[in-house]
Structure formats: C-alpha cells, structure tokens
Design a protein around this ligand. Sequence first.
Ligand SMILES: Cc1ncc(COP(=O)(O)O)c(C=O)c1O
Length: 299
Amino acid sequence: MQQQFNNKNNDIQIWVKDRLWPRAEAKVSVFDSAVQGGDAVWEGIRVYDGRIFCLDRHLERMQNSAHALGFANVPSNEYITDAIRQTLRANGMNDGAHIRLTLTRGEKTTSGMDPRLNQFGCTLIVLAEWKPPVYPPSIKLITSSIRRNNPMFLDSKIHHNNLLNNILAKIEANYAGADEAIMLDSNGFVAETNSVNIFCIRKGQVLSPTPDACLPGITRGLVIEICKENGIPVLERNLSLTEFYTADEVFCTGTMGELTRVREIDGRQIINKSRLEVLEEIQGQFRRLTQEWGTPIAP
Ligand SMILES: Cc1ncc(COP(=O)(O)O)c(C=O)c1O
C-alpha cells in the first residue's frame, strides 16, 4: 500500500482556512490546535471520473467527529464541498486524485490544550494530490504489540488526528518487512490494521470485526452493503487471529488502497481451501460503484 511520490504534486494548490495557496505557501499557524495537540479530525476521499466518491458519507463522519470533540464554528457541508470543488478545479483534477481533508479546532490565542483558547473558528485544509489507487496483487501483515483504542480510552468512531498508536504499529510492520500491522482490541480480538479495516472469508461467508475498536470505515460499510445486496452471507462479530490465519481469503478495505488481498499474516499463508472466489466478486461490484456514484466536481 506504499504510495510513490508523484512529481505532478510539486505544483498543486492547497486550500487552507478560506483560500487556495501554492504548495510552498500552504501552512498552518504554530498556534493551530493540530500542532498544539493533534486536535483535529480528517477524511481521506477519492475522485473518480469527475465525481467525489461518497462525499456525503465522508462529510457526515467528519461533522460527527467534530461534534463529538466539541469543535465550535464548524464550516457547513456546503462550504466544505465548495472548497473541495474549487481545489480540484484549480488543480485540474478529474480522476486519479486523493483528498486529505482536515479540520482542526483552529488557532489558539496562546499555546495550551484548553479549547477555550480557540477563539478564531476551525481551520479547514483541503489537500488534493495525484494518487491513483494502487492495486498491489496482495499484501503481507504482521500482528502489532500495540492495541487499538477502544471507547474506554479514545473512541475509534472519532476519526481524529491522534495517530500515534497507529504509527507505532506501522513502525513494527516496517521493521518486520510487512506492509501493514494488525491491531488487536483490548480483549485480543482483531480490530483492524494500522490504517485500514480487515475482513476474512470462511467457506463463502464474509466476516468483519464488530466496529468497537476500529474505525467504521466507509469502504468497510460499502463492502457489507455489497454483500447484502448480492446475497453473499456477511456477519460482524468478534474474530480471533486464528480465524484469520485459517480463512480462505483475507482482505483490507480503505479509501486509499480500496480492496486489497492479504496473502500472509504472521508467516502463515492464507490458503483458499474452499476455492470460492468471493473477494473477486466483491471487488468487481466495488469498482462498479466507483464508476457510478459520487458528487460531481462541476456543480
Ligand atoms: C485507522 C483507519 N482504519 C480504516 C480506515 C479506512 O476507512 P475508509 O474506508 O473510510 O477510508 C482508515 C482511513 O482513514 C483509517 O484511518
């Protein structure tokens, strides 16, 4: 799931707060809440063929995350949509682009963590880059020693910028020569990886961890809907590592990498004993949605 640096991104325009800036000048203040405390929420969104995929779902999750964190003066969905459209148009991006949408609690009057120091409204960042979806044939995972946050600590339903536990897990994957790291929940069940959701398929049934200690990913939700609409048995429940090691197929889901097959976990090969190709069918249906759904870039 590594993304290569694309030279075309040298000259992009980036939206910060209320206007576009050339890449070299796009900056936030040292007093911004994202700098002071990682106090921000974000979304990763894809652009396919002139359309912003699942924009409504991403904006709903962003607004919910901002509300849960008690942000004040949050820009409206209409304002954010307009900023995204202006950014894509300024960069001539119609396809093969990925948007990192960030909303921070905003600038503070002085350094500190207290949200009462935030007197200037939120900071909106629309960072759109040329990043076509990568389709590695398959990826290799290890299990991290770092547990995924659950509602007892920091609710994973808030899509926040406090990414250090995910980054620690990713460091373990890097040292182990793996693509990503599986993170368990506090009871030892599989939650997700450091950056994507995870599914396994056993004897034709698609299984996903309950979204208690994972981000309820938008791609994950689409996969569950695809299964239900196409008569593919699907179930959300607690899943142990052994069930992943011995599954017929395992795959990850996320906006950046779409649906990616897992070939190995902790040295165990994933062997399709059932010979059913369920993942291929779901991938085909997902690709169809990316070609049909979305908010037009041109209003
Ligand atoms: C921790 C984590 N899990 C899963 C996902 C995938 O979510 P989505 O399908 O909404 O991109 C993301 C994406 O941001 C993520 O950060």
